[in-house]
Design a binder for this molecule. Structure first.
Ligand code: M6R
Length: 610
């Protein structure tokens, strides 16, 4: 989704902004732009397409300045085009504005501005805000006040950065519903929508909260609320290394992140397993355990891949902690007037911690008095900060749009929460210790699956021309079927559906013929024999079958076209292993089709608009 980078200091802002925008490319975008102001000139360069295109234009023009803002746009209002790209300008081209989010009342604001004689060049909601600020500047307000007054008229969401020739010593930044962070340097300061954009320059950051506005100079910053109250912000230290943001020698971020999993899974449980007591230690939930255990039910809310992790969580918590669990799409929950009250615990799962739907659902649950817990990857993200308690998954930055290592780490953390609750209820010490033993072996088991990468690639070659796929699994492997199908469709654009295997006979079986590959996730569990019957049903209709089975299983091998074997683990941890070959399968198919694996079309890494 859209990205913001702003710089003020002693250096030339242009390479800093371009590099920052490159670090935000993973979020997904369709056009980019940069605006600089220095003593002599105000200059804007925008283009449809990639930051590399923008970079060429910028260096051709030999842009240079100590003050600038840059943006990557993910189209909401108006097609991806140069004119719709940001920055947007005021009438006399002295004020530049970049914006993430949606101005919902832009049409009524536009009407008023048209009456005043303002002209609009783009189809965007953002341009309205540039003219509205200009309107207040013309009334002789300072830039800060003009932005503040304008924001008071706006309905919707925004993360903005504004610069103005009349006050070239500052950037104004403000946030409501769209993340924004200030980077504090030495005689230089930054504004960004994501810490990734500024981590190469400073580790000191200030997270703006909703309704806050900052006046950022090169050597200081001041913050207020949009309602004009002064606020003092804390400076946080970010614990992230710049090399965590590189591809580390891999062809794509997605492949690196798949290969990272032994380490990311280990990091999700590092220091958290207390074997002697058969319990996990989760500092972020300390003091809340009793309330969670005594809650009437647990609701898991999330979107996309995180929603699939939530489904795994439901199976785990119900089976081992014996608590009623419901899984909700956050996007549905937020508008459904859900029956939630103070006796409920709602766990929000979000890799980015910024997904607009998940955040809105959390606000709704909070309003209704529920205990809100966040499971996030991005440290300092909005969901992480605004939840009552939480657990970080510590998977490290995930740059590829298709979520991989975050999914396995989310399941690790859900397993830890399950263990915590289960041990406080009925789970015995030996059973708790058994789960911990299995968790400790996960990294080497994932590693052994990753060693089959070349073999999985050779299987991918056989399926690359398929137009549709069906993914089937039962129990803990049902969410894996959904996740395998999602991975394939989002990066290879092949239509794929995930189903509980037993549901096949209620409809999808009609699709099966010799052109339909069916991926079965068929590990040895309590429904193994039933899944074998489903395999036979597909076979009888000449479907092509790829099965993910356990090592040592030579029964299924004789019935299907291809198998990929994974080690056995504790039943509830199975998805952490079975999903890995499906991630690799999707990856190789997409690469063979020559597609942009890390930034698939139309998708954004963190979906910060509705
Ligand atoms: O950051 P979140 O976990 O809240 O993101 C939720 C979904 O947008 C995300 O999982 C999406 O489905 C990914 N593209 C999946 O690969």
């Amino acid at each position: 989704m859209c990205g913001i980078v702003g710089y003020i200091g002693d250096k030339n802002c242009v390479p800093i902004i371009i590099e920052g925008l490159k670090r935000l490319e993973y979020r997904g975008y369709d056009s980019a732009g940069i605006g600089i102001i220095n003593g002599k000139e105000c200059k804007v360069i925008k283009t449809k397409g990639k930051v590399s295109e923008l970079e060429k234009l910028v260096y051709k023009e030999k842009l240079e300045s100590n003050l600038g803002i840059g943006h990557t746009r993910w189209a909401t209002h108006g097609e991806p085009s140069t004119v719709n790209a940001h920055p947007h300008l005021n009438k006399d081209k002295t004020l530049f504005l970049i914006h993430n989010g949606i101005i919902e009342n832009y049409l009524s604001l536009k009407k008023g501005l048209l009456k005043e004689g303002y002209e609009f060049l783009s189809e965007t909601d953002t341009e309205v805000l540039a003219h509205l600020i200009d309107h207040y500047l013309k009334l002789k307000h300072s830039l800060f006040q003009a932005v503040r007054y304008a924001l008071n008229e706006v309905e919707g969401t925004y993360g903005i950065a504004v610069i103005y020739k009349g006050e070239p010593d500052k950037i104004i930044a403000a946030r409501k519903g769209s993340p924004l962070v200030l980077g504090i340097g030495d005689n230089e300061n930054f504004v960004a929508s994501d810490v990734n954009a500024l981590i190469a320059h400073t580790k000191k950051v200030v997270y703006l909260e909703d309704g806050e506005i900052a006046e950022v100079y090169k050597d200081k910053f001041e913050t207020k609320t949009v309602a004009d109250e002064t606020i003092i912000k804390e400076i946080h230290q970010v614990d992230m290394k710049i090399d965590e943001l590189s591809k580390g020698g891999f062809a794509h971020y997605m492949l690196k992140e798949i290969m990272d999993q032994p380490e990311s899974i280990y990091n999700s449980m590092r220091g958290r397993l207390v074997y002697d007591e058969g319990v996990p230690k989760l500092g972020g939930l300390q003091g809340f355990e009793e309330r969670i255990i005594n809650s009437r039910r647990i609701i898991l809310a999330a979107c996309g891949t995180s929603w699939h992790a939530a489904l795994v969580g439901e199976y785990m918590i119900e089976q081992f902690a014996g608590k009623a669990v419901e899984v909700e799409y956050a996007s549905e929950m937020r508008y459904r007037n859900p029956i939630i009250d103070k006796d409920d615990t709602v766990i929000f799962i979000s890799q980015s911690g910024e997904t607009a739907d998940t955040l809105a659902a959390m606000k709704e649950a909070k309003k209704k008095g529920a205990l809100c817990i966040g499971i996030c990857n991005v440290v300092g993200s909005t969901i992480a900060r605004e939840s009552d308690a939480g657990v970080y998954i510590h998977a490290g930055p995930e740059i590829g749009v298709a979520s991989t290592k975050a999914f396995t780490s989310q399941i690790v953390v859900l397993a830890l929460i399950t263990l915590l609750l289960a041990r406080k209820r009925n789970l015995s010490l030996p059973e708790g210790q058994d789960i911990i033993k299995h968790m400790k072996k996960l990294t080497e088991k994932v590693d052994s699956i990753l060693k089959q990468n070349d073999y999985i690639k050779s299987i991918a070659e056989k399926y690359v021309n398929s137009k549709n796929f069906l993914y089937l699994g039962r129990g803990y492997n049902f969410p894996v079927a959904l996740e395998g199908a999602l991975k394939l469709k989002e990066i290879s654009y092949i239509h794929a559906e995930g189903y509980p295997a037993a549901e096949m006979k209620h409809g999808p079986i009609a699709l099966i013929d010799d052109n339909m590959p069916v991926v079965f996730i068929a590990t040895k569990d309590s429904v193994y024999d039933k899944v074998i019957s489903n395999i036979q049903e597909v076979r009888a209709r000449k479907g092509r079958i790829l099965a993910i089975v356990n090592e040592g299983d030579d029964q299924i091998e004789t019935m299907v076209d291809h198998v990929i074997k994974v080690p056995k683990t504790h039943n509830m941890l199975t998805p952490i292993l079975t999903v890995v070959p499906l991630q690799l399968l999707a990856y190789h198919i997409a690469v063979m089709k020559g597609l942009n694996v890390d930034q698939p079309r139309n998708l954004a890494k963190s979906v910060t608009v509705e």
